[in-house]
Write a protein that binds this ligand. Structure first.
Ligand code: NAP
Length: 276
């Protein structure tokens, strides 16, 4: 599996990882799919206290038991919990559900009402205590992210996890360039549009055929063409996880990229950041 430096952390992280949203419905199948994904090198596992109200963190804990050292484990605090004390308490609860003593990455799930300097202070104290190795944000527009960088100082914000797929490329206007300037990793969530994937698109199919790949692999490879971007597709089926891992070995040509750019235009600059 191809790895890349992850923002300002000293870690190299798999370019393709695994999402876990709504995985609580078929727990046993989800655990098996996540384990198959880990075997295939999808070692960046993304979860959140919100998912299944904690049930997903518990099943992720089961999936990574005995192999915690192989995993780059990310979870998220809900904005309503993101006060200074609330963030620390939420992190402790996540650690207990995940059956681990630390997270590799802890994110604020989306901008909320608690002052960001309180959340940042909590993240920094969790980092000093070794309970998280790095922290970041999710669903932050460029101006909101710039404010976090101003509050936290340089080299502190590890990532911004944002919506990014073939038909939703708005983050290319401002968010990706800002992250690149500050050395912040971009993690693409819902890289298949949460299941609404343009599987019949002729350009996508033609490129996939040409490269001996699948449309899903081509889409993932397109998203991670920028060296600062990672993707976290969710796969509840083991065969999907294995297929997604195959995207890492795929090479798209400049022509392929140009054709995909044309078939799935970036669109005009908009205010804010797109969310699901
Ligand atoms: P997604 O990854 O865009 O799409 C998931 C869907 O694609 C599932 O139906 C899955 O099917 C299917 N799929 C996966 N691999 C496939 C393949 N190779 N071939 C065909 N179908 C395939 O959806 P998502 O769950 O919305 O996003 C991914 C992750 O991003 C989430 O799970 C979560 O961890 C994160 N996320 C974060 C936020 C945030 O606010 N920070 C918001 C949304 C999502 P099966 O499940 O049947 O395999």
């Amino acid at each position: 599996m191809e790895t890349r430096p992850f923002g300002p952390t000293a870690r190299r992280v798999a370019v393709i990882g695994q999402g876990t949203w709504e995985m609580e419905h078929e727990r046993r199948a989800a655990v098996a799919a996540l384990q198959r994904g880990l075997d295939a090198g999808l070692t960046h596992v993304d979860t959140a206290e919100m998912y299944g109200a904690g049930a997903v963190e518990e099943l992720v804990g089961e999936a990574i038991a005995g192999r915690r050292g192989d995993v780059f484990l990310a979870s998220k605090v809900l904005p309503e919990n993101a006060s200074r004390r609330g963030t620390i308490a939420a992190c402790e609860r996540s650690l207990a559900r995940l059956g681990t003593d630390h997270l590799d990455l802890y994110l604020l799930h989306w901008p909320g009402d608690h002052p960001i300097d309180e959340t940042v202070a909590a993240f920094e104290s969790l980092r000093t205590a070794g309970k998280i190795l790095a922290w970041g944000v999710s669903n932050f527009a460029a101006d909101e992210l710039a404010e976090v960088v101003r509050v936290a100082g340089p080299g502190r914000v590890a990532c911004n996890q944002v919506l990014y797929h073939l038909r939703e490329r708005a983050i290319e206007h401002e968010v990706i360039p800002l992250c690149a300037r500050h050395g912040i990793a971009v993690v693409a969530y819902s890289p298949f549009g949460s299941g609404r994937f343009p599987v019949r698109d002729r350009t996508l199919r033609a490129i996939a055929r040409e490269r001996g790949a699948t449309p899903h692999q081509v889409a993932l490879r397109f998203l991670v063409r920028n060296p600062n971007v990672f993707a976290i597709p969710k796969a509840s089926r083991p065969e999907h996880a294995v297929e997604n891992a195959g995207a890492a070995g795929l090479a798209l040509t400049e022509d392929d990229l140009r054709e995909l750019e044309r078939a799935f235009p970036r669109g005009r600059r908009r205010r804010g950041v797109p969310t699901i």
